[in-house]
Unconditional design. Structure first.
Length: 403
């Protein structure tokens, strides 16, 4: 079968829909009857969107549909004035946030580099308009009234970027999400249980600092007060990472990334970041240096919002996928570590997040930014933590947690 004609079977699409609706949303519990699900999807993902839409109805949910198409995005960025770039439909957005119980986005870029000729400053300016919406969504999530997940529908354009056929690309998706299993939800529940055992152990350790060493990397993070490690919660499918949001103020050292970054319609390669007292003081790239500099210039995008490790024993992803959702969950030989520049995750707070105000988050060293860009390194690494009593313990080596 020719690569451009490959379409996953209906059985795979139905299994995919069940994983997303019966497991991922609801933090691993699925949706409940009469809950409202905002189903957003890129146009090429329509075959999966149809299966998801049907599953929402079968579960008694109330779907709201929003479709996007790359052609509209290109016209927008080519034509829009600055005023149009930052337009924010406040009343509409507020009502939508108040209405929904879950958000699901099916991503399917036909051309990951479609916007490469657009001035990146226009893309970044448009991104600033999302700040208020992001704050509302975070607040509702902090109250335990909203869950979300992201999923990928493979396209020929994405497969070409990854140097795979479309069928090979889909084989990675099917393998990573257990879609060929007789009971993919049961497989996800098993994986989540194993991930949560490690999460529990990490949360019992009185960790003060995290030290990561690898080729081109020697970086230390300060965990911070009242931090929780997270993983296996259904946020993103697939998701094998174990992550936290450290106190950005205690990040020092340097880190190199062997995986390229797709951001703002462009490809940035060979990234190295150097931190001093929490801020990026040097950002280097072998390709698209200026774009990396523009990214870091955004408000609070020069600070860490997330630190993550993926254990290769969980992730079956062993190919570069040219998409952050999969590349940040890369297993391969050594798993991966990634950090996010920009916003922190409030669910990494070990307490009642809904009781905290913006000033409280700032005091705890949680970063607040419209940006959240994950950058990935898959080289062999060792991770050692320093406990509050000064003792050290190696927690990760050779792609595995040692807990």
């Amino acid at each position: 079968m020719k690569a451009h004609l490959f379409v996953p079977s209906q059985r795979i699409l139905v299994n995919y829909a069940k994983v997303l609706i019966d497991f991922a949303l609801g933090s691993g519990a699925g949706i409940k009857k009469n809950e409202v699900v905002l189903l957003q999807y890129d146009q090429p993902a329509e075959p999966l969107a149809l299966a998801v839409y049907q599953r929402i109805l079968e579960k008694g949910g109330q779907p709201i549909l929003r479709q996007s198409a790359e052609r509209f995005a290109k016209i927008f960025y080519q034509t829009a004035t600055d005023k149009q770039l930052v337009f924010f439909p406040e009343k509409y957005s507020r009502a939508l946030v108040e209405t929904i119980d879950h958000r699901l986005f099916l991503m399917a870029d036909e051309d990951p580099l479609l916007l490469r000729k657009i001035n990146p400053q226009k893309l970044i300016l448009a991104n600033t308009a999302k700040k208020k919406l992001k704050e509302w969504l975070f607040a509702k999530e902090d109250e335990g009234k909203l869950t979300w997940t992201l999923a990928l529908y493979g396209t020929l354009g994405a497969a070409r970027e990854a140097k795979l056929t479309l069928e090979e690309y889909w084989k990675q998706i099917i393998k990573a999400c257990y879609l060929n299993s007789p009971n993919p939800i049961q497989e996800w529940q098993k994986t989540s249980t194993e991930i949560n055992k490690i999460v529990h152990t990490l949360n019992q350790l009185p960790i003060a600092k995290i030290h990561v060493q690898a080729e081109g990397t020697d970086i230390t993070y300060t965990l911070g007060e009242k931090r929780a490690w997270m993983g296996g919660s259904g946020r993103n499918i697939p998701s094998f990472e174990i992550f936290t949001s450290p106190d950005w103020r205690g990040t020092n050292g340097y880190i190199s990334f062997d995986q390229p970054l797709y951001r703002y319609g462009n490809l940035i390669e060979g990234i190295t970041l150097q931190f001093k007292n929490g801020k990026v003081v040097k950002a280097l790239a072998k390709k698209n240096q200026k774009l990396l500099e523009e990214l870091v210039k955004q408000k609070n995008a020069d600070k860490v919002g997330e630190f993550s490790l993926t254990d290769t024993r969980f992730s079956k992803i062993d190919k570069f996928m040219a998409h952050t959702l999969y590349d940040e969950n890369f297993g391969g030989k050594y798993g991966n570590t990634h950090l996010a520049l920009g916003s922190s995750y409030h669910d990494c707070y070990a307490g009642e997040a809904a009781k905290l105000k913006l000033a409280d988050w700032a005091k705890l060293g949680y970063n607040d930014s419209v940006e959240h860009t994950d950058i990935i390194a898959s080289l062999d690494r060792e991770v050692t933590v320093t406990l509050r009593d000064g003792t050290q313990r190696k927690i990760y080596s050779g792609g595995h947690f040692l807990l």
